[in-house]
Design a protein around this ligand. Structure first.
Ligand code: PLP
Length: 316
């Protein structure tokens, strides 16, 4: 299987007015189907799919899911069938859902409370018909997804060593929390002092933060690492101040962030994930009066969502 992550773009250097150096790690440049953290995670699931002789994939996500876009493409490229179960409540067509259709994924939408049972039923039907389905949790959640970002943390450390830089802060958009969990696991295993700040795009505390900590504990336990609960507590920073009206809903200031980042740096961001997190980071830096530090922002992808929202930009 092709490994895309080690050709991943190096962080980009930007100087801001408040005297912090902001670097951006371009996960959106991972060269498979518009990249993003879902492309990095999917590689790990597909290694297991290849090794285990599975012949189809079942996964979960809404019509705007970056995960389902990437997974349907990887599945199609291997000549396998992809079944997506999605919530009716979030099923309006987007560029992501159009691509899922192009890749021949079979999309079933049901009310969100029926999702769990529908997935179980689909897996059973496939098994009964003699197929060998592989289930990928929504968003690539789980220890394999966490592993992808433990490895990303190591990439970041190598970059720091090669460039003689230490990032005091790492900021990222946090959804299911797997990406953040992987980075924090990496940090805990190397016992490094820095702040990894997850900006929630939807979930509120304490639930959202608890899910991140649960993923961290699951992973560490599976790896046989003994790390104290207090250390996990201390290093899990999950900010729910910038969720706006919830998942996919913008908060004020986002459109401005998207436009400026495109105009000044040529970097596309989207209102559901990356711009929300970038905006949250700028607010947090101001609020905490952080100056003279090296900040790393992880651009977690979502480029097709940028295009879904482009109409709002031209009218500003
Ligand atoms: C899914 C996603 C996230 C959140 O990642 P999690 O691992 O679910 O927290 C952030 N940014 C983008 C662009 C995503 O697609």
């Amino acid at each position: 299987m092709d490994d895309y992550t080690d050709r991943n773009g190096t962080p980009l250097y930007v100087l801001t007015k408040d005297c912090n150096d902001i670097y951006i790690k371009r996960e959106d440049m991972i060269p498979f189907c518009f990249g993003g953290n879902k492309a990095r995670k999917a590689q790990y699931f597909f290694r297991e799919i290849g090794a285990g002789g599975y012949d189809c994939v079942v996964t979960y996500g809404s019509s705007s899911s970056n995960h389902c876009r990437v997974v349907s493409n990887m599945t199609a490229s291997r000549g396998l069938k992809c079944y997506i179960i999605g919530p009716q409540e979030a099923s309006e067509p987007t560029y992501n859902s159009r691509m899922m259709e192009l890749f021949g994924a079979e999309i079933t939408t049901v009310p969100v409370k029926e999702v769990h049972d529908t997935i179980e039923a689909k897996l059973q039907t496939l098994r009964d018909s003699g197929m060998r389905p592989y289930f990928i949790p929504g968003g690539g959640h789980g220890n394999l997804g966490t592993q992808a970002y433990v490895d990303c943390y190591d990439e970041i450390r190598s970059w720091e060593k090669a460039h003689d830089v230490f990032f005091d802060y790492i900021f990222l958009a946090s959804g299911t929390g797997t990406t953040q969990a992987g980075l924090v696991c990496g940090q805990l295993m190397h016992q490094e002092k820095r702040k990894i700040v997850g900006i929630s795009v939807a979930r509120k505390c304490p639930y959202g933060r608890d899910v991140v900590m649960e993923s961290i504990s699951d992973y560490l336990e599976q790896r046989g690492c003994v790390i104290h609960r207090e250390a996990v507590e201390e290093h899990t920073i999950f900010l729910d101040d910038y969720t706006g009206d919830g998942y996919g809903k913008e908060n004020s200031g986002i459109t401005d962030v998207i436009w400026k980042s495109l105009l000044q740096y040529g970097i596309p961001m989207d209102s559901t994930y990356t711009a929300k997190a970038f905006y949250g980071m700028l607010q947090y830096v101001k609020r905490e009066k952080i100056t003279g530090r090296n900040l790393l922002f992880i651009h977690t992808g979502g480029t097709p969502l940028f295009f879904d929202g482009i109409g709002k930009l031209t009218s500003t």
